[in-house]
Ligand binder design. Structure first.
Ligand code: S3P
Length: 168
């Protein structure tokens, strides 16, 4: 079982993943980084030359490869776009929705050339995408972790939830 971090772009999944990895002494796998290394291309290059559908298939295969490992797994914000991923997450159980208020998310991603699903979107369009995804994050997550609190508090939320579940 992995500790999987899901949530919208800019929520802080990678930062939190690094902290958890240190605190729990488990390796961190970042699915986007894995796909980039595997393809020998950046995410924008994959989107541009092979298309989003190709990326989503690679993402599904990478998720399937890692989700049962004893690791911290950081996923891309669109991981819930492929319906095949839902059952993998539901079997894993230990999925945490990393989130914060939309204004913060938007300010972190606006115009980001490394994020093809954000780079050319304005506020309204990004908000529509966020709203279309939140129920799917919520459906597969154990709890929502709000990254407007300190990174330490976020780690504690996750660790306490895991401990209380082990004891219950
Ligand atoms: C995407 C989010 C990105 C990356 C890709 C697509 C999305 O990950 O997987 O650019 O559709 O939301 P981050 O959430 O780490 O930015």
């Amino acid at each position: 079982m992995s500790i999987a971090l899901i949530g919208f772009m800019g929520a802080g999944k990678t930062t939190l993943g690094n902290q958890l990895s240190e605190k729990l002494n488990k390796p961190l796998i970042d699915l986007d980084q894995f796909i980039e290394l595997d393809e020998g291309m950046s995410i924008p290059e994959i989107f541009e030359t092979k298309g989003e559908a190709y990326f989503r298939e690679k993402e599904y295969l990478a998720l399937k490869k890692f989700i049962n490992e004893d690791i911290i797994l950081s996923t891309g914000g669109g991981i819930i776009e492929n319906p095949n991923n839902k059952s993998l997450f539901l079997k894993n159980k230990c999925n945490f929705w990393v989130d914060t208020n939309f204004e913060t998310l938007y300010n972190r991603i606006v115009g980001d050339l490394n994020r093809p699903n954000a780079v050319s979107k304005g506020y309204e369009e990004s908000l529509i995408l966020y709203k279309s995804r939140i129920s799917r994050y919520n459906e597969i997550a154990y709890i929502r972790v709000d990254t407007s609190q300190s990174i330490q508090a976020c780690c504690n939320d996750i660790v306490n939830k895991i401990i209380s579940d082990d004891n219950g």
